[in-house]
Design a protein around this ligand. Structure first.
Ligand code: GLU
Length: 449
């Protein structure tokens, strides 16, 4: 890890002290702080007014009990979270994650990242995140519905279109947003479309929202390629994961002429030299909710399933880690570099460990951090909020154009900010500083908040 100067080091120490055991949150804070030294040198007012200190403390943290009945009639209890981190730029905005690994430290890391990501989109959204340690795996549709209804029975009092607007994340997709929205509507007796994003297209959802995170990451990579006078044509790409982000990243890469030769899930990874068969992958993962061995079966042996997590063994020009946090470590990074990988873009939130990022930077691999590369999802959520507020709905083509323009804007802001602060070409520095300054200025303007 790079050393922090004294002011930043003191802030980090305090974060460690106030949030014991929350290692992912510590990691996310450290990552942002390590970019801020030139910012406080140039603008001492941020340190004087303790803006960075304040940003590291959520405005509000809600933890609640979620009781529900499983199909056998047994009472189950989970823990629900919503961390409302920063509302300087707009209502808290960020997804809900349902996964057994969820605890306060995960939600705080995600909420912290979301502040800067949302700021980078240039749209009026603050940062928040929520979720539960509920494990949706193997649960029936009815169980999922009862869980979502119970979760919303507490959450509803904390959210609203002007207050806090949740959406999906791992384990929360269109089905869950539907159950959550239905329960919110029953409890409040209001058709408040803008309270959640990721809704279905016939009841207030936006075109392109489903595809947005994956498409956005690929638009970002396309900008990196364009800046080097290159294109996706013929590029070999490895995408990890096979959820919402991975599927639509693969779709857009194939549309732009690249070839995705591998993807993964918790059971292992698939290598398909002819290119991942996306229709089959969607059928296995979205319709049947099965594991990747069903994909291999469907391909009649033309592809191979490798058990274990060494997805990054597969040689590629571009890697798009799109599964989960810390899935790509220093050893993986070293293998990717050795095999000639030139661009890494984070489709997931914080999938690369600090060691991996350091190695990529040293090897001059173009590295796009999640806050920039995966901001297309939340940006399109903000477009959904705009459509809800004006009771309008836009076409697919227009919405996709808006998304592409937003990703282009984020890319250019990262590069110009990196240039301005003496780190040309460094997307990590550019994203952290550009995201930070906008939130910091709004906080200063709004008094001691
Ligand atoms: N969970 C997504 C993210 O990590 C999307 C959040 C949203 O649309 O509010 O940015």
């Amino acid at each position: 890890m790079t050393a922090l100067d004294q002011t930043l080091h003191d802030i980090y120490d305090e974060v460690l002290h106030r949030n014991p055991g929350e290692t992912e949150f510590h990691q996310a804070v450290y990552e942002v702080l390590s970019s801020l030294e030139p910012v406080i040198a140039k603008h001492p007012q941020y340190a004087d007014a303790a803006v960075i200190h304040r940003m590291c403390e959520p405005e509000r943290q809600i933890i609640f009990r979620v009781p529900w009945h499983d199909d056998s009639g047994t009472v189950q209890i989970n823990r629900g979270f919503r961390v409302e981190f920063n509302s300087a730029l707009g209502p808290y905005k960020g997804g809900l994650r349902f996964h057994p690994s969820v605890y306060l430290g995960i939600i705080k890391f995600l909420g912290f990242e979301q502040i800067f990501k949302n700021s980078l989109t240039g749209l009026p959204i603050g940062g928040g995140k929520g979720g539960s340690d509920f494990d949706p795996k193997g649960r029936s549709d009815n169980e999922i519905m009862r869980f979502c209804q119970s979760f919303m029975t507490e959450l509803y009092r904390h959210i609203g279109e002007y207050t806090d607007v949740p959406a999906g994340d791992i384990g929360v997709g269109g089905r869950e947003i539907g159950y959550l929205f239905g329960q919110y509507k029953r409890i409040t007796n209001r058709y408040e479309s803008g309270v959640l994003t990721g809704k279905g297209l016939t009841w207030g959802g936006s075109q392109v929202r489903t595809e947005a995170t994956g498409y956005g990451a690929v638009f970002f990579i396309d900008e990196i390629l364009k800046a080097a006078n290159d294109t996706f044509d013929g590029k070999r790409v490895v995408v990890s994961g096979s959820g919402n982000v991975a599927i639509y990243a693969i779709e857009k890469i194939h549309q732009l002429g690249g070839i995705v030769v591998a993807c993964s899930d918790s059971s292992g990874y698939v290598v398909d030299e002819k290119g991942i068969d996306l229709e089959l992958l969607k059928e296995v993962k979205q319709d049947r909710r099965e594991r990747l061995d069903a994909y291999i079966e469907g391909r009649g042996g033309a592809a191979e399933l490798v058990n274990g997590r060494l997805t990054w063994d597969v040689p590629c020009d571009i890697a798009v880690p799109s599964a989960t946090q810390n899935e790509l470590d220093g050893d993986d990074a070293a293998r990717l570099i050795k095999n000639g990988c030139k661009i890494v873009a984070e489709g997931a939130n914080m999938p690369c460990t600090p060691e991996a990022v350091k190695l990529f930077t040293e090897a001059q691999v173009k590295f796009a951090p999640g806050k920039a590369a995966n901001a297309g999802g939340v940006a399109t959520s903000a477009l959904e909020m705009q459509q809800n507020a004006s009771r309008d709905s836009w076409t697919f083509g227009y919405t996709e154009q808006r998304l592409a323009a937003i990703m282009n804007g984020i890319h250019d802001r990262c590069l110009s900010t990196a240039d301005e602060y003496g780190a040309p070409g460094n997307y990590v520095v550019g994203a952290n500083i550009a995201g930070f300054i906008q939130v910091a200025d709004a906080m200063l303007a709004q008094g001691l908040i």
